[in-house]
Design a binder for this molecule. Structure first.
Ligand SMILES: Cc1cc2nc3c(=O)[nH]c(=O)nc-3n(C[C@H](O)[C@H](O)[C@H](O)COP(=O)(O)OP(=O)(O)OC[C@H]3O[C@@H](n4cnc5c(N)ncnc54)[C@H](O)[C@@H]3O)c2cc1C
Length: 405
């Protein structure tokens, strides 16, 4: 592909850049993000939406602009270049919204989508549970239909990013335990302020508190809030997971860590190391630098495919896997070079210190598919290796649960 902007892309880039310059104060900087206030973050997203820079690839009838992935990528690049913080409703835009677009009723689309893009409402994704993460189809949160046709929800979710701020969530439940585990699932939109929903924040090792436990205690959801057919929740969830893969790894042409900044640290500090350690630091940097270039060009290849109307394939999994590893290697190297100074020294593309970043990145190797699960996908779907044995294929969920699976 041609890596230079086309005349149209260059014009779009200039427009985005001048918008960011003009609204510098309102858009803020990544350096303020630590104690970020969700009211300010909502206002920032609304400002960008009203100017036409949020939901660029979404269909116009869903509140988007019907634009191209390349236009979105240019916005992301320009925001990163200017140090503007990311959007607060990223899970809504990347995962929940696309699920509503593909599986929601006209009424749901009308009520939810534009508000989601403006961050008038914040959304979360309620899939993982204490006993089901990688094996998502093993989930236990129950939805039972009552006499009035409403659904009554009981159970627990965990690791729900942004649930403490969210207005709505997409909730995957079990509606039929007497069929195979992938078959008896149904998805809903849940009002996070409904009676019976309890959100408890969790504290992370980075010091932050971005995700939560969420408890559902006989929460009532009207049938009109169902997403997709009863029992078809797995297919609905695949739409979410496909979009998540694109958001977290697929469209990524950058690993989110400044290679240039690490190069500066290497240049400044390498003389303080013993000769043997200098050689190791050079090798580590060289390896991570090459990986970051590989990821960038693989990301471009994927963007090209998507802009030609193809769906993201397993290469999105490879992008996430390789990107997380390169980012972690670079953060580890920076901390080793800087020693105690890593507590304060900025990473160059945000307000966070290298030590903070080093504590955050292991979570990225888990979120949206763990490294091991991504290795399995690449082994089976890219390399054509024999699939993992699946002993639970012909059993109902009730039988599996009784056997303690
Ligand atoms: C930062 C962050 C944000 C998150 N946000 C959300 C959110 O908003 N909503 C949500 O629903 N969830 C969220 N999650 C949860 C995330 O989806 C799960 O943590 C993830 O799917 C793994 O599930 P688990 O934690 O139950 O681990 P498990 O699935 O129990 O895995 C434990 C270990 O076993 C390995 N393993 C499991 N299965 C296999 C296999 N078949 N082959 C080889 N190894 C295997 C795993 O790789 C892992 O090392 C988030 C997680 C993180 C870290």
């Amino acid at each position: 592909m041609d890596f230079d902007d086309t005349p149209d892309e260059a014009a779009w880039r200039a427009k985005v850049r001048s918008f960011i310059e003009e609204h510098r104060d309102q858009l803020g900087s990544r350096a303020d993000q630590r104690g970020f206030d969700d009211t300010v973050s909502r206002q920032r997203q609304a400002l960008m939406y009203d100017a036409g820079y949020v939901g660029v690839t979404w269909p116009v009838e869903a509140g988007g602009r019907g634009g191209t992935p390349m236009q979105q990528s240019i916005i992301d690049q320009e925001m990163a270049r200017a140090g503007v913080p990311g959007l607060i409703n990223l899970i809504g835009i990347g995962m929940c919204g696309p699920t509503v677009i593909y599986h929601g009723s006209d009424d749901q689309k009308e009520r939810y989508l534009k508000r989601l893009l403006r961050a008038d409402d914040i959304w979360c994704q309620l899939f993982s549970e204490p006993a089901s993460g990688s094996d998502l189809a093993a989930l236990r949160t129950k939805a039972v239909r009552d006499d009035e046709g409403n659904w009554r929800i009981s159970g627990q979710k965990v690791w729900t990013t942004l649930a403490h701020l969210a207005d709505y969530g997409i909730l995957l439940t079990r509606t039929d335990p007497d069929v195979a585990k992938h078959r008896g699932l149904t998805m809903f939109v849940v009002d996070m302020k409904a009676p019976g929903v309890t959100v408890r924040p969790l504290r992370q090792m980075s010091g932050g508190s971005d995700f939560n436990e969420v408890f559902f205690d006989d929460v009532v959801i009207p049938d009109s809030e169902r997403l997709g057919d009863v029992g078809d929740g797995w297919r609905t969830a695949l739409t979410t997971l496909m979009s998540e893969r694109m958001t977290l790894g697929g469209g990524g042409t950058s690993i989110g860590v400044s290679v240039e900044r690490v190069a500066e640290h290497v240049a400044e500090r390498i003389g303080e190391l013993s000769e043997a350690r200098q050689a190791l630091a050079r090798q580590d940097f060289g390896r991570a630098y090459v990986a970051s270039l590989g990821i960038r060009y693989t990301g471009y290849r994927l963007l090209t495919a998507v802009s030609q109307g193809q769906l993201p394939g397993p290469e999105a999994s490879a992008g996430k896997l390789a990107g997380t590893k390169a980012a972690r290697d670079l953060a580890d190297l920076a901390v080793r070079l800087l020693g105690d100074d890593a507590v304060y020294a900025g990473t160059g593309d945000g307000g966070v210190s290298w030590q903070d970043l080093q504590a955050v990145l292991p979570g990225m190797a888990i979120a949206g598919g763990t490294d091991e699960v991504l290795h399995n996908i690449i082994g089976e779907r890219v390399l054509g290796l024999p699939p993992e044995p699946r002993a639970d294929k012909d059993k109902t969920f009730r039988e599996l649960a009784a056997a303690g699976a």
